[in-house]
Design a protein around this ligand. Structure first.
Ligand code: F6P
Length: 549
């Protein structure tokens, strides 16, 4: 049990409240920049290939100093060091949190319960690389001897979002002769659409599930097996050539009928949403090859080392985490937008939703007491420029404060045709224009000076003062993707540490799972479900009336 003072009673917290109430009552970015143009260079942190500009935030040097004091008081770096040391900081599951070991070099030593886990990590990576090369080269064939041309990953949550997001992000680095698809939803339509145009004899299923008990994944995997065996004459031996498993649960993998020789393992100290650089990344490794996968891991590693060693004032994950706390806890911001200006990052924000919201969507502290402060934000967003024509209106002129991260690249991917590559400057012109407009807006006088009739002036005025972070890199490579993900992983960590919550459990997902199991017989057989509330019972009855079978 912790005897440290409640977060909101800490003097450092109270100092931030006072700072927000007095000096920065209505901080205006226009004035802040006019008084201190050098903040454009000073409020920039570089990590690896990322240039992170946080000058367009409602902060001064004093704000930053006060936020840093809060980080010190809540011992963020103490918890960080405990995580890197392999201590069991996931208190409710009594587990170490060591996704950072997944990208450690071969010669590193990281111990869990007295055992160095790094050799095991590399043994799995080597096994994955060997398998990926055999699929890519055509040496690994299907049951009928045909080359594998299609890879279908079946998994959900952390066993889907990471590889699915990274496959999109790194399309330009993939073997274009392979078709790689991701099935997650228990809605049969997902698997149907994924396999309807595939030849089963050329298709490899990767069943990704840490626990190998997740109902969606096991249901889809069973249906995929039926589809495959139906097409290949029912010979059970075909399973060995067309199914591999990514899991921590060898017993369940073998119960399902997959030879554990075709299983790629990981460990309970890798959380589902932190697992995509473990065996869970196999589909991606097949798509981009082991060397590119290694570059991705090196990118993660670079930011791990930065987070572990950079001083507080230049520590990017710490700064981003603190900025989130500043808005969430002192401005009542409820959400956080992540807006990548790259079509390839179309699934990046969806990936971050699990990373952030499953980690920090908590309302009790590490000791089980209700928290009296806001925790994780709603994370949302889609790639620019599409969002500009949908919901940016609300960010610019609505009543809500929505801090946003803009992620962009100086160069398009190499393989774009010249005329398409030339569109990149237009994309990025929008990127820069948006953060400028959000920060500085347009005053009524500026609107009037354009000859706008007086009655329209309020409508065409932009208050500005909407905070943004701009993350710029040269190009989207495997390493840069790894850097970006690790940056957000550690940002989420920082916030969980400050809020004193367990960012590594996910009990909130359980109740829905249990109730679904209870309701299912009512839908399929019309069985009585004891304890069904009147509203749900009426809905179930209506469903059964409408259901055509
Ligand atoms: O949604 C809950 C969850 O437990 C996630 O944390 C996890 O990523 C997902 O389900 C899938 O779990 P598994 O990999 O065990 O199938």
């Amino acid at each position: 049990m912790s005897d440290s003072p409640k977060l909101t009673r800490r003097p450092e917290w109270v100092a931030l409240e006072d700072h927000r109430a007095d000096g920065l009552l209505h901080p205006r970015l226009r004035e802040l920049f006019a008084a201190d143009p050098a903040r454009a260079e000073r409020y920039v942190v570089r990590v690896g290939d990322l240039r992170i500009d946080y000058s367009k935030h409602l902060i001064t040097d004093e704000t930053l100093a006060l936020l840093q004091e809060l980080a010190t008081a809540t011992d963020v770096f103490g918890l960080r060091d405990a995580m890197f040391r392999g201590e069991r900081i996931n208190v409710t599951e009594d587990r170490a949190v060591l996704h950072t070991a997944l990208r450690a070099p071969r010669n590193a030593v990281i111990e869990v319960a007295g055992e160095n886990v790094v050799p095991g990590v590399h043994a799995v990576l080597d096994k994955m690389a060997d398998f990926a090369e055999r699929v890519r080269s055509g040496e690994w064939t299907g049951h009928t001897g045909k080359r594998i041309k299609n890879v279908v990953n079946i998994g959900i949550g952390g066993s889907d979002l990471g590889p699915a997001m990274a496959y999109e992000a790194l399309r330009a680095f993939t073997d274009r002769s392979l078709t790689v698809r991701f099935v997650s939803n228990v809605d049969g339509a997902d698997l149907h659409e994924a396999v309807r145009d595939l030849d089963p004899a050329e298709t490899l299923f990767i069943i990704a599930s840490k626990t190998f008990t997740t109902i969606e994944t096991i249901t889809n995997a069973t249906s995929a097996r039926t589809w495959l065996l139906g097409a290949l004459g029912g010979d059970e031996k075909a399973v060995a050539k067309h199914f591999v498993a990514l899991s921590t649960n060898a017993g369940k993998v073998s119960d399902f009928g997959i030879d554990t020789a075709n299983m790629f393992g990981f460990w309970d100290w890798v959380g589902g949403r932190y697992s995509f650089d473990s065996a869970i990344g196999l589909s991606l490794m097949i798509a981009i090859g082991p060397d590119r996968f290694r570059e991705l891991l090196d990118g993660f590693r670079l930011v791990d080392e930065h987070f572990r060693t950079a001083p507080a004032e230049a520590n990017a994950p710490l700064l981003l985490g603190l900025l989130g706390v500043w808005y969430g806890n002192f401005f009542d911001a409820q959400s956080h937008a992540v807006l990548p200006y790259s079509h390839y990052l179309s699934k990046f924000t969806a990936y971050l939703q699990q990373l952030d919201m499953e980690s920090n969507g908590k309302s009790v502290d590490r000791d089980g007491h209700p928290v009296e402060w806001q925790t994780g934000p709603v994370v949302w967003g889609t790639p620019g420029t599409n969002g500009q024509h949908a919901y940016y209106q609300l960010i610019h002129q609505g009543t809500k404060l929505i801090p946003a991260d803009f992620i962009g690249f100086a160069n398009p991917v190499d393989e774009l045709e010249p005329e398409l590559a030339a569109q990149h400057d237009l994309l990025m012109a929008n990127f820069f224009a948006q953060t400028q407009a959000l920060a500085f807006g347009k005053t009524p006088d500026e609107v009037r000076a354009e000859g706008v009739p007086e009655e329209l002036v309020p409508h065409k005025t932009f208050t500005g003062n909407h905070p943004t972070t701009t993350i710029l890199a040269s190009e989207l490579t495997p390493s840069v993707l790894g850097q970006l993900i690790a940056l957000y992983e550690h940002k989420v960590f920082v916030q969980g540490a400050i809020w004193n919550i367990d960012s590594f459990d996910q009990w909130g997902v359980e109740l829905g799972k249990v109730l679904a199991k209870r309701v299912e017989p009512a839908l399929t057989e019309g069985a009585d479900v004891p304890g069904l509330d009147p509203s749900t019972a009426a809905l179930v009855a209506a469903y059964r009336t409408l259901r055509k079978k």
